[in-house]
Design a protein around this ligand. Structure first.
Ligand code: FPP
Length: 292
C-alpha cells in the first residue's frame, strides 16, 4: 500500500474526522538532517524539497484545500551567500520539475513575501509557473518566499497611513479587515493548523497576524523525513482538539445560550480597549476597594 493509499484509508476509518482547511508549515531541520547524514546543507534542502512534494500530494489526496509553506524567510538572506544561491536554484528547480504535476492536480499557486528582493531568474520562473497554472481552481499552494510577518504587517500599516494622510480613510474607522486586505494572504482563510518540524517551538516571524487562533503542532522529526505518517499524526492531533476561539466550549460565540438574557453582554462591534481605557477601568475597580 502506498503512503497516499495509507493516509486516505486512515482518514476514512475515523468517524466524523475533522480535517483542517488550511495547513501552514515551517519546514525546519534540513541542515540538521544533512549533518546527521554527513552531507552538505544543500543536500538537506534538496531532501526538503522532496518532502514538500510528498506532503502536497498527501494533502491533495485528503482534499485539504490550503497549504502554505515557509520556503525562505527575510532572515534567511543573512545566511552564507552560497547557501542562499543554492536555495534560489533549488526553488527554480522545484518549480520547473513540479509545474506540470501541479497543473495536472489543478493546484493554484500563490506567492507571498518581498518578491522584489528575489533574483530575476527566480522571479521569471515564478511568473512562468504562475502563468502555466492560470485557470487551476483546486487546492491552493502558497509559497512564502523572502517573507517576514513583521515586514508584511508594516507594509500594510504604511499603506493605511498613506491613505489616511491623503484623506481617503478615517483612521478611527480602520478595522482588522482593512489590515487583512493588505496582507499577502488576503482572501485566504487563516491557517487552522501550523506544523513546525525539527523540535523547535517558535514562530520565527511566520504569519504572525494569520496564526492568532491557529492550533500548533510541533514534530521532533526533521522536515526531510516528514512523510504521510507524520502528517497523519499531526492531523489526528488536530482532530482531537477543541477550538474555542476565545469563546465557550459547547456554544461557540453564542452568549445567549450560556447566560440568561439578563446577564447577556453584547460583544463590542467596534472599538478596542486601549491602554487609557484599561487604566481608567482598573481605577474604577480599585477605587471601590478599601485599603488599610
Ligand atoms: C530550514 O531548515 C529550511 C529552510 C531555510 C528552507 C526551506 C526550504 C526547503 C524545504 C526546500 C524546498 C522549498 C521550496 C520552496 C522549493 P534549516 O536550514 O534552518 O535547518 P537547520 O535548522 O537544521 O539548520
Amino acid at each position: 500500500m502506498s503512503d497516499l493509499e495509507w493516509i486516505v484509508a486512515r482518514s476514512s476509518a475515523v468517524p466524523d474526522l475533522k480535517l483542517p482547511r488550511h495547513v501552514a508549515v515551517i519546514m525546519d531541520g534540513n541542515g540538521r538532517f544533512a549533518r546527521r547524514h554527513a552531507r552538505a546543507r544543500t543536500w538537506g534542502h534538496r531532501q526538503g524539497a522532496k518532502a514538500l512534494k510528498r506532503i502536497l500530494e498527501a494533502m491533495h489526496a485528503l482534499s485539504i484545500p490550503y497549504l502554505t509553506v515557509f520556503g525562505f524567510s527575510m532572515e534567511n538572506w543573512h545566511r552564507p551567500k552560497e547557501e542562499v544561491a543554492s536555495l534560489m536554484h533549488l526553488l527554480v528547480h522545484y518549480l520547473k520539475s513540479e509545474s506540470l504535476q501541479l497543473k495536472e492536480r489543478n493546484v493554484q499557486l500563490r506567492v507571498i513575501g518581498r518578491l522584489d528582493l528575489l533574483p530575476d531568474f527566480v522571479r521569471e520562473e515564478l511568473e512562468k509557473t504562475l502563468k502555466l497554472l492560470i485557470g487551476c481552481d483546486g487546492m491552493q499552494l502558497t509559497l512564502a518566499l523572502s517573507y517576514g510577518a513583521r515586514d508584511e504587517i508594516t507594509l500594510a500599516a504604511q499603506a493605511l497611513a498613506r491613505a489616511a494622510k491623503a484623506g481617503d480613510i478615517d483612521p478611527e474607522s480602520i478595522e482588522p479587515e482593512d489590515i487583512e486586505r493588505l496582507l499577502g494572504t488576503c482572501g485566504m482563510p487563516d491557517p487552522d493548523l501550523l506544523i513546525r518540524t525539527s523540535g523547535e517551538k517558535r514562530l520565527s516571524n511566520f504569519m504572525l497576524w494569520q496564526l492568532a487562533y491557529t492550533e500548533f503542532y510541533f514534530s521532533s522529526v526533521c522536515w526531510p523525513e516528514f512523510d504521510a505518517r507524520f502528517l497523519w499524526k499531526a492531523l489526528l492531533s488536530y482532530h482531537k482538539r477543541q477550538r474555542r476561539f476565545g469563546c465557550v466550549q459547547k456554544h461557540l460565540c453564542d452568549p445567549l445560550v450560556v447566560m440568561s438574557p439578563e446577564e447577556t453582554i453584547t460583544p463590542p462591534t467596534q472599538g478596542y480597549m486601549g491602554v487609557d481605557m484599561i487604566v481608567e477601568n482598573s481605577r474604577n475597580i480599585t477605587s471601590g476597594i478599601e485599603t488599610s
